[in-house]
Design a protein. Sequence first.
Lengths: 338, 315
Amino acid sequence: MKKASIKVITLCLAVFLVSMCFVGCTNSTNQSADSSSASESADSSATSKEQITIGFCTQNMSMTWMQYALSGTQAEADAEGVKLIIQDANGDVDKQTSIIENFITQKVDGILTDPINVTSLTPALKEVDQAGIPVATFDRVAEGAPYLCFVGSDDVKAGAMAADYIAKKLNSKGQVIELVGQNGASPAIDRHQGFTDEIAKYPDIKVVYSQSGEFTREKGMSVMEDAINATQSQFDAVYAANDDMMLGALQAMKASNIDVSKIVTISNDGIPDALTAIKNGDLGATIQYPVELAPDAFKELVAYIQTGKDPDQKDLLIDPWYIEQDTLEKGDFYSLIQ
Amino acid sequence: MEKRRLLNKNILNKYGIEVALVIVCIVVTILSPIFLSAANIINVFRQGSMTGIMAVGMTFVIIAGDIDLSGGSMAAFSGVLAAGFCTINHINCFLSILIPIIICTLIGIAAGLIITKAKVHSFVVTLGVLSIVRGCALIYTNGLSISNLPTPLCFMGSGMVGIIPVPVILFLTILILGYFVATKTPYGRYVYAIGGNTEATWLSGINTDLIRVCSFGLSAMLAALAGIVLMGRVASGQPTAAEGWELNAIAAVVIGGTSMYGGRGSMFGTLIGALFLSVVNNGLDLIGVTPFLQRVVIGILIIIAVVMDSIKKEK
């Protein structure tokens, strides 16, 4: 038994360490495969420079929109021969701070990130500034932090557009349920602001229930279930600050035997599942959250690192647009639902 | 021959986790040489400081044979209270930090009283406290985070003394104090005694209830302090922060060699355990492993540690 215990311990440790090495080797192979193909394209371009490394920290990879933003940025990085180190904060503000600190020690040439909360990343970004590394943010702002450029979308306008759509479809009269986005996230704050201010212009439209669905499908569904009970199914329209929440809400409505084609529905983002829902007639419309935000911010960052060129605009806001059943091809992800 | 075999087993059993830590450091350095840079080692301590501070308090609770599941909620609660007192009520920074710590300590003491007087298992009571305190944090803030904190309030989380971050200094100081209390004070001795054999300790005239209540108060106090550090790091009071942190603290304590059955353990072990977790987290980040896989790895480590602990106990 005593001899066996040493063996068990050693075996466990050995298994663990071997798996760590394996994981490490897999990642190095992936990275070296990327860099070897990237350096080929870099050599063939006119200016052959040492490969640039960008640290990319997403706020939550389990959000559909974020996955497409990432793949768009990766495609851009591959095209320009830039190495991308990707880390995900999984919605944890402390983890995001730690990831940024680690980027500094890894001496990356630039950082591209999406701050979870308006102020949560500010101390870390101040450290990045002191280390002399340029930072580009997209999707969400970091208040009070030094940064090179921000690429976002006019979310106040996006919220207002949702209000106008509902008002038009309801002939300026009816009851609305609102699913607000994640607490502390700037798109959620702005969309809610835009929506509330615009809907106030229609005195016969009442928002009868407003709660946060945390930008997730599960929470959107459970909040919608509560809303259906609270309003006793007396509502005419639903606005959800993102498609994930709306898809959850649609499921909740169907489960309560509500005919979704009779309810006016609109949400933000324009993810493929939403386009499919519009095609099927379940969802009324979505407002595109341009997926080019991350690649655009990436391009500005790389241009600055390579040539010292300052971005044209420090804060670039791209206008959102409607996508309805007859204008599906305007969706950024239209090609994905073919 | 017999002597050498016993020596090897004793070293591995005694220093098993330290050896494991060194091996992990070597492996990580091979895969990512930047791991051994001064800046990164400082980061390892800094990023592990909050779990470490919480783990010091947790060590006392676990050695005494109890458990405390409310740490994460306490951390979030103290963070939002401090943020709110300072920005909304305009209380000075010092009191804004001190009062929430006191409040959390009192809640911990209350939990300890329920556990000892009503003779209920600490698992269930602290689970209830986890829920209540988290709810209080959400009620206090209406679910929103409190931002725009003045820099002095964030000193404990993002301040620097020279090139050493304040959380590192706090962590090491708390650890040294914890070591002192555990080994050189009567309270510390009684905690070990209670963990080893509660009945015998009580029969020898020691107020076991008081000692256990103190441990819960200490654990809550240090969890609150960890929350203040977190608030400083992210410059905001977040009611949803620190979810699951008590599990990290427990993992650090157990990996460090403290027995879940109570009566055995050391503060030095907690330091190694906390460092081990931080090195793995930091190392996996540097190597480029996704956070999803990181959670799998950490789970495996905890299981290995508990198995090793069980084997130790068997002999």
